[in-house]
Ligand binder design. Sequence first.
Ligand code: A3P
Length: 288
Amino acid sequence: MGEEPLKFKPGLLSYKGLNLIRNVHKESYLDSLPEIEIRDSDIFVITYPKSGTTWMQYVLALMFHSDELEGDHNKHAMRIVPWIEVEMDHSTTRLPRLFASHLLPSLLPQGLRKRGKIIYFARNPKDVAVSFYHFHNVSRLLEDKEDFNTFLEEFVEGNVFVSSWFDHVKDWYSQMDNFDMLFFTYEEMKKDLKRTIVKVSTFLKKSFDEETLNMIVEKSSFSNMQLTPNANLDTVSPDLFDSSKGRMLRKGKVGDWKTMFTVAQSEKFDKIYKEKMKGLPLEFVWDL
Ligand code: A3P
């Protein structure tokens, strides 16, 4: 009733086995991605959805192009660290070029195997599932989800945007040696923001004086980012996000899954997790 018509029809597009978003991700452009030239200074943040991408986009923007976050022509962190899978003219991007991606190794520019750096940011899948569920109701690109149990089944099956969390994490983790890559977790960053930011900057060979470092830590805290329009959804087109239904920076906690999962859902998930992640020397923190 009285709802304005959507410019984008929500729905998924299966591209080479990976669920992307119809009307946002274009097959002809995706086909050209593996050949896109990579520079030594390129930096990619790669995530499964709802793992803290916005957080890393904001940290990278603060580290490298903080002037673009300020002033009359300030940009949203998402524009300073754009999605490589969304068509744009990358040649005009300022150096170092910063990109975000949800793609798998085989779909990204293959030059990344020789040049550039990758930050893979992972989050425990129970918190991802809860954050993702809420996000479906905020994003106008994804279908609304009413029932968490149905969504959880779709999530476990990989019938969601970016397909299976398990496959994404396993694929990237097992290919770590093929890239210049730092793999770390949302939980680690949540536990000690400053230490993690130092770790990221060391990996990127970028040093900061103590004052700048403290500024980055302070600005990228959840409470500050929640109030910052160009870190949140407030300045992003209402065609993409309905910010009356929720915020990008929703709770920002480790263990929020406990407010949604029943004991039965949690036990069932643990079993599936154990089976699917068998043999991978990777442990997630489920609560802090
Ligand atoms: P919640 O929905 O659990 O709050 P993405 O950017 O990949 O879509 O991930 C969004 C999730 O990252 C949201 O989780 C959001 O709150 C969280 N997040 C973003 N910035 C954060 C910050 N500075 N500190 C903690 N969590 C943050």
